[in-house]
Design a protein around this ligand. Structure first.
Ligand code: SF4
Length: 101
């Protein structure tokens, strides 16, 4: 479940406030496509989705709890971190190449 004590803004999250969304609903099994779609639909209408996704992405993959956050699954966030690391490496290389030219 979202740690609202660590990030009070999450008290406004749909998964915390909506009566028809139970905490377990945000942790569907990776093969439960209907469950994933339901959890993502909660995030779609959440006013703190951006902050929630940013918070989840700030965690290392090993500490990221399996669950839908900010409209993404843990696997999707893992891929996003990988892509972000690659883009950061490429930007650093381009800056180094430009400095050396
Ligand atoms: S974005 Fe999703 S997981 Fe995050 S607080 Fe909102 S409903 Fe919960």
């Amino acid at each position: 479940m979202i740690d609202v004590s660590r990030m009070p803004t999450f008290r406004r999250g749909v998964c915390v406030t909506a009566s028809d969304v139970k905490p377990d609903d945000m942790y569907p099994h990776p093969t439960d496509l209907d469950g994933i779609a339901f959890a993502k639909s909660a995030c779609e209408f959440c006013s703190v989705a951006t902050e929630c996704l940013r918070d989840a992405l700030a965690l290392p993959t090993s500490k990221d709890q399996a669950g839908v956050r900010g409209g993404t699954t843990a696997e999707e966030r893992k891929a996003m971190r990988k892509r972000n690391r690659r883009l950061t490496r490429e930007a650093a290389k381009q800056a180094a190449d430009a400095a050396a030219a």
